[in-house]
Design a protein around this ligand. Structure first.
Ligand code: ADP
Ligand code: MG
Length: 350
């Protein structure tokens, strides 16, 4: 089912949690809502689920207005970070719950429920555990039960709010891979909330970057990483260096270097300008090769394995930044702490 969020505004008392948010989720896509804590991700998910009502705007499923429908009518499956399973019920009964509580007309037979639950247990790779209780499972297994329970009622879409947030790194990585396979198998529309950029990049077809109740950018992982729309997205998606300079007569001056810009309107005066470069895009040289460089001193060398990280200090401004080199490049340059190097600025983004 496709989901469309149209100009949603949502406030709690006098605090606006979402400002005029719009979003389109095509049928069958796995979409990540990515943003720091407090950016409005959970609020947006709850609005789509029907657990909250917006003051303004609409939510459409397959083009049909669902803004005033209640949770049940929307037929979505929801899994939260701490989705408490029923502790006094077996795994079987937990998964069967949504089917067993249906009214007589729509309730499957006992045999049908049994078959459905066992096929779900196979799907989430927990067959054989039907008669255990939640306390007898690991955290990762419990979240898979929560997913099976959400899937039991054949939802039209799935909403997952940091479903792996409480688990340790290794289990999270396994569950990510597992969720991706599950999505491929089911072809269900899934909206997935995370504050972890790596998780979003690894899992999603599309990433929606949120900040302070607004959508900053929507794009594929590749687009948002390589073509961030603004400084917030740039710095939220990974380590980034800032190179400060000045704009004068339509040119940015940064150390000895000069860059042409399209900022024709900035003629006749001087303004600060900031260039961005990811550490792995920083190129180190032992001599100046053209005019676009700054000189820097190596403060510290960290051997991270296949990658070497340099902490550098600009000689002109004293600003600190980082470079990441392959081990091979590092050895070729024969770099030492305290030595002075040239840093190319050709791939600086403004
Ligand atoms: P996220 O999931 O991205 O961390 P939330 O959607 O939970 O963000 O919250 C967004 C903002 O709205 C936060 O500043 C939060 O404090 C506020 N907020 C969320 N729920 C409520 C509520 N029920 N009452 C008042 N403020 C709330
Ligand atoms: Mg949240």
């Amino acid at each position: 089912m496709s989901i469309e969020v149209v100009n949603i505004t949502k406030s709690y008392k006098n605090f606006t949690a979402l400002h005029n948010v719009s979003l389109q989720i095509p049928e069958g896509e796995l979409v990540a809502l990515l943003g720091p804590s407090g950016s409005g991700k959970t609020t947006l998910l709850r609005l789509i689920a029907g657990l909250e009502q917006p003051e303004e705007g609409a939510i459409l499923f397959h083009g049909e207005d669902n803004t005033n429908r209640d949770v049940r009518e929307r037929q979505g499956g929801v899994v939260f970070q701490h989705y408490a399973l029923f502790r006094h019920m077996t795994i079987f009964d937990n998964i069967a719950f949504g089917l067993a509580v249906r009214n007589r007309k729509t309730r499957p037979t006992k045999q049908e429920i049994k078959e459905r639950v066992h096929s779900l247990l196979r799907l989430v790779q927990l067959d054989g555990l039907a008669h255990r209780y939640p306390s007898q499972l690991s955290g990762g297994q419990r979240q898979r039960v929560a997913l099976a329970r959400a899937l039991a009622v054949e939802p039209k879409f799935l909403l997952l709010d940091e479903p792996f947030g409480a688990l340790d790194t290794k289990v999270r990585q396994e569950l990510r891979r597992w969720l991706r396979h599950l999505h491929e198998k089911l072809g269900l529309t899934i909206l997935f909330v995370t504050h972890d950029q790596e998780e979003a990049m690894e899992l999603a077809d599309q990433v929606v970057v949120m900040n302070e109740g607004r959508v900053e950018q929507v794009g594929s992982p590749e687009e948002i990483y390589n073509h961030p729309a603004n400084p917030f997205v740039y710095s939220f998606l990974g380590r980034v260096n800032l190179f400060r300079g000045r704009v004068r007569d339509g040119k940015v001056r940064l150390g000895e270097a000069e860059f042409d810009t399209e900022w024709e309107n900035l003629r006749g005066g001087e303004w600060p300008a900031v260039g961005y470069m990811r550490p792995h895009d920083v190129e180190i040289a032992l001599a100046a090769q053209d005019s676009k460089f700054v000189q820097a001193q190596i403060q510290h060398i960290s051997l991270l394995g296949p990658i070497i990280r340099l902490d550098l200090k600009r000689l002109d401004t004293g600003e600190l930044f980082e470079a990441e080199l392959t081990r091979q490049r590092f050895c070729e340059l024969d770099l030492q702490e305290k030595s002075t190097v040239f840093v190319k600025l050709n791939n600086l983004a403004f």
